[in-house]
Ligand binder design. Sequence first.
Ligand SMILES: C[S@@+](CC[C@H](N)C(=O)[O-])C[C@H]1O[C@@H](n2cnc3c(N)ncnc32)[C@H](O)[C@@H]1O
Length: 312
Amino acid sequence: MLNHPTNTSVPPDTFAPPLSDFPSPLTTPNAQQARAWNGYEGEHWAGHQERWDAVNGGFNEPLLDAAAIGRDERVLDIGCGAGATTRLAARRAAGGHALGVDLSAPMLARARAGAAREGLANVAFEQADAQVHAFPPDGFDVAVSRFGVMFFADPVAAFGNIGRALRPGGRLAFVCGAEAGDSEWFRALAALRPYLPMDDFGASGDGYSPGMFSFADPGRVRAVLSAAGFAEVAVAPAVAYGVWGRDAADAAAFLLGSGPGRHLLARASAGDRARARAALTEALRRHEDGGALRMRATAWLVTAVRPAAAAH
Ligand SMILES: C[S@@+](CC[C@H](N)C(=O)[O-])C[C@H]1O[C@@H](n2cnc3c(N)ncnc32)[C@H](O)[C@@H]1O
C-alpha cells in the first residue's frame, strides 16, 4: 500500500514518461497526480498488479460487503487502477454493470486485459479525473474505491461530483489509509531513516494534502463527505494482512522499487542505497511467514449515502 505516502513523495516529473497517452492531462485539476500515475508510479503499479493485489486484497471483501452491491445494480469504482475491485464488483452485480474510472492509462490497460481474460461482459473502464468527470447524473446505485480517493486536489468538489453520479439514496463505500504508524509496512520503513532522506515521509505538510494518509483523520473524512452532500457517514477501522513478497529481500526490493521508494533512493549515495536495502531487508525478516512476507495494514472503511432528497 505504498502509494504516495506523502504528497511530497509523488515522483517528480523526471520519472514520468511523455504523456501522449493521456488526453489533455494538464487540464485536469489533478495534473500532478495524472503525471505520477501515468509515469513511473502508474507503470510500477501496472507492472506489479498481482503483487499490489496481494498487498491490498484483504480489504476487498470488507469493502464490497459494506457496499452491499445488489445483483442488478450499477457500480462505479473510483480510482480503480488495474481493476481488481471493479471486476469483483461486476461479479456481484451480475445483472447490472460496473464502471472503473482512473487517471492512469497503464493501469487501465491492465484492467481491461483482466476483464477480457475473465470474460466479464458487464464491466467497462474509462480514463477520467473523478473530481470533474461528467458522469451520467444519477447513473449509479453505488460507488466504491480501494485506496483511490485520497489524491483529490479538492476532495469536497470530487465527492460532490461522485455524489451527483449516484441516484438519490445511492451508497458510497471506500477504504482509505488510516494512521500511518499503525501499519507494519510503514513501521518497517523506519529502518531506512539513517540512510535515506526520510524527513517528509508519511507526514504530508498540513496532513491534508493529497496523498496516502490525507484521510487518516476520521473527523476530516466526515467533514469532507458532509460538505460534499453525503449523509449517514460512518468510519470504521479495517485491518488486513497483505503479502508483500516471498521473503524479506523480495519485499524490500518491491518497496524500494515503488514510486516513493525509488524517489527516496534517487536522493542517496550508492553506499547508502545498499545500506538502506540491507537495513530494510533485516527489518522485514520478522514478518516472514511460511514462504511469504505478510504485514498488517490498517485502513478506514468509510460508508455514506446520498440523501434521497439530495439538493446538490
Ligand atoms: C493507490 S492506487 C489504487 C488503485 C486500485 N484502486 C487498487 O486498489 O489497486 C490509487 C489510484 O487512484 C487513481 N487516482 C488518483 N487520483 C484520481 C482522480 N482524480 N481520478 C481518478 N483516479 C484517480 C490513481 O491513478 C491510482 O490508480
